[in-house]
Write a new protein. Structure first.
Length: 432
């Protein structure tokens, strides 16, 4: 999940309450002296009923003295006590929410449960502080068969639906959110039963178990996403995409980037020195070769078109932003080990893959007579494969890291992403 905002359902998604709802009728009837066998005998009949219909059935079938309204009130009161006393949080939810909060994701709850009850439950469970607000269907006047509750939640978050992930265990609610333009995450609950395959198929993402740890690379990606969004919308990048970027700005960029790539290769070379396993040494060495004889081909091709020799390139002084970025990566690499080296390297590789794919999706951009070659290079399967291998390497090296170590690696990745944004700024302004 790489969205900046998230809307969570409560029952069956965050809390394990569906079993309580399922047994609520039996619980009520046995409290009124009805045998468990008789109470369980009506379970199937009440599944699709409203609370009012259920109360009326109980009154008439078991000759209860209370009115339907009184029975409904007593049943709701029982569930209220469960929310306040014993409905548990699903395993792994607290850690998941804490992780999103640490990455700056803004969150809220949209639930069919009354807001006071939902708040009492989530406060008791120690997770209410992660949410900006709680919104009930009762408050907006519609159920989740209407997009109103989701759209109102997005409005309060100040977000466009396309920026928001909706976490749900109910198929109809997930469909409603998807039709309204939200990113959908299907959450497995035991109550899903045989509906789960269909639910999972219609969602953008799925969560089978909240305890499944987020991969380090996913954590880095989410933390850097706001910076990458700025890169994707940067006038230099959009100028490449629509072909309007002045050639002199691009020439400046290519010269600085060519110089940058030599230091980038040196960071990989430090990895060769610091790696203790032969396989890891070979991976770092292969990437040095990929930069010097692969990625630099794009630059050499453009230099030939622009009439620039390699001797002229080395007569150019690296800009201050360029020096700052490469010195940071080299410093991190000298101070750390292979994990830190890959964290520093990955921001550049991954963000360029994102930019290449995004620009290639613009009709005609990859066929532009001048900028098309650059777009094709970074959108190519060869470049994507190299980037994927680095992501996999990062996850492998960071496996088993402590929370403190992961936070440090995330900082490195985000800092390098900020340097990437600064590099685009530098190129746009042609800074000395």
């Amino acid at each position: 999940m790489d969205k900046k905002y998230a809307i969570f359902d409560m029952d069956g998604t965050l809390v394990d309450s569906m079993g309580y709802w399922k047994q609520l009728g039996v619980e009520y009837l046995t409290s009124r002296g009805i045998s468990r066998e008789a109470a369980e005998g009506v379970q199937e009949r009440v599944k699709a009923m409203t609370m009012t219909e259920c109360a009326e059935l109980f009154r008439s079938m078991f000759h209860l003295p209370q009115t339907s309204e009184e029975i409904a009130g007593e049943i709701n009161g029982m569930m209220d006590r469960h929310y306040q006393e014993d409905v548990p949080l699903k395993p792994g939810v607290a850690a998941y929410l804490a992780g999103l909060k640490a990455q700056g994701v803004r969150m809220c709850v949209a639930t069919a449960t009354a807001e006071p009850l939902a708040r009492a439950c989530l406060e008791r469970l120690g997770v209410a502080q992660y949410f900006d607000f709680l919104l009930s269907c009762e408050e907006v006047g519609t159920g989740k068969d209407s997009p109103t509750v989701f759209l109102e939640a997005a409005r309060r978050l100040g977000a466009d639906p396309r920026e928001v992930a909706v976490f749900e265990d109910a198929p109809y609610a997930l469909d409603t959110a998807a039709k309204a333009g939200f990113w959908t995450v299907a959450v497995y609950d035991i109550g899903c039963g045989d509906r789960w395959p269909a639910l999972a198929a219609r969602a953008d993402e799925t969560i089978l178990d909240w305890r499944t740890p987020m991969r380090p690379s996913e954590r880095f990606y989410q933390a850097a996403r706001p910076v990458w969004d700025q890169c994707l919308s940067h006038p230099f990048v959009t100028g490449i995409g629509d072909g309007t970027l002045p050639v002199e700005k691009f020439q400046y960029f290519m010269l600085q980037d060519y110089l940058y790539l030599f230091d980038y290769a040196r960071v990989f070379a430090i990895g060769v020195v610091k790696a203790r396993q032969p396989e890891l040494m070979r991976i770092f060495s292969k990437n040095v070769d990929a930069i010097l004889h692969g990625e630099m081909k794009i630059h050499r091709g453009y230099m030939a078109r622009l009439g620039i020799t390699e001797e002229q390139v080395f007569a150019v002084q690296p800009a201050l932003d360029n020096l700052s970025y490469t010195n940071y990566m080299l410093s991190v690499s000298h101070a750390g080990g292979p994990r830190e080296i890959v964290a520093a390297i990955l921001a550049c590789s991954w963000s360029y893959a994102e930019i290449g794919q995004t620009l290639a999706a613009i009709p005609g951009a990859a066929e532009h007579p001048f900028y098309g070659e650059w777009i094709q290079g970074y959108a190519s399967e060869e470049y994507a494969a190299t980037n994927r291998s680095l992501i996999e390497l990062m996850d492998r090296l960071a496996e088993g890291s402590s929370e403190e170590e992961l936070a440090h690696l995330t900082d490195i990745f985000v800092n390098c992403s900020r340097y990437e944004k600064g590099f685009w700024d530098m190129a746009w302004e042609m800074r000395p």
